[in-house]
Design a protein. Structure first.
Length: 70
């Protein structure tokens, strides 16, 4: 980031400044992608999510209650 400020102060060409901004944005995007990648991979490849477990337990309890009523 300091490089960008130095480029602006030193009157670098607009093209160089634009390229530097794009480089910084790409680096930040890559960091975010690396942080999210494990979560997305887990959801895509079928690892169970914690939210699904309580729902299945509730369904089992409901089925057990119906059987005991009969």
């Amino acid at each position: 980031m300091d490089d960008l400020i130095n480029m602006m102060v030193a009157d670098a060409s607009p093209t160089e400044i634009s390229d530097k901004i794009k480089e910084i944005l790409m680096q930040k995007s890559a960091e975010n992608i690396e942080a999210v990648r494990p979560v997305v991979a887990a959801s895509v490849f079928g690892e169970p999510q914690t939210e699904e477990e309580p729902e299945s337990e509730q369904e089992e309890e409901t089925e057990e209650e119906e059987e005991s009523e009969e």
